[in-house]
Design a protein around this ligand. Sequence first.
Ligand SMILES: O=P(O)(O)OC[C@H]1O[C@](O)(CO)[C@@H](O)[C@@H]1O
Length: 216
Amino acid sequence: MELYVDTADLAQIREAVSLGILDGVTTNPSIIAKQKRPFKETIGSIAELVQAPGKVWCEVIGTDADTMVSEAKEMQAWAPRVVVKLPMGAEGVKAASRLSKEGIETNMTLVYSVPQAIIAAKAGAAYVSPYLGRVDDVGWSGEALIGDIVQAYKDLGMNTKVIAASIRGPRQVLDMFRVGVDAVTMAYPVLEAMLNHPMTEIGLNRFLQDWKEAGI
Ligand SMILES: O=P(O)(O)OC[C@H]1O[C@](O)(CO)[C@@H](O)[C@@H]1O
């Protein structure tokens, strides 16, 4: 089970990495844009914080396959263990096919259907990212979609890993493991919410209080 934090905020990444449970950091153009720093520099700073064998996910901006392939190769040189994210669609699929033949690991993102997930796997994508929260936002079931993708890969013997993206809360993380995803990525507050429970806090406070009162 792989667990990623979905942010380019260095303070959050530092904190998440210090837990020692992280498999890497995922980003997308919206997340990078929030940092208001050059793309390459931001990825370099993230990569410095992510310990081996952790991955750094970096999405192309180009809209045609040739540009995507050259961006992907450039990004690979920015830092070690960069996984290139490509948008679903004909151009992204062409780029994934070419890159996977050259042994470059890719993640097909913006996946919203089982047929798209099958095409991505056929193109040799190492991962697909279906968007749980955004599917739920428009009144469909993200959980059903992702469960169907996992099942289709099993039925067809496809090795592409499913990383559930756009996760909004800890409960959804559990739903995702129940349907059998390989990986989840979540914003830092969701990771924090997974760590905490009010009963843990109450219990710890009581232990400390009892210890203090005993005066031993
Ligand atoms: O719906 P949200 O919370 O913006 O999440 C979008 C998701 O898209 C991704 O780009 C998919 O990999 C992740 O970075 C993120 O989990």
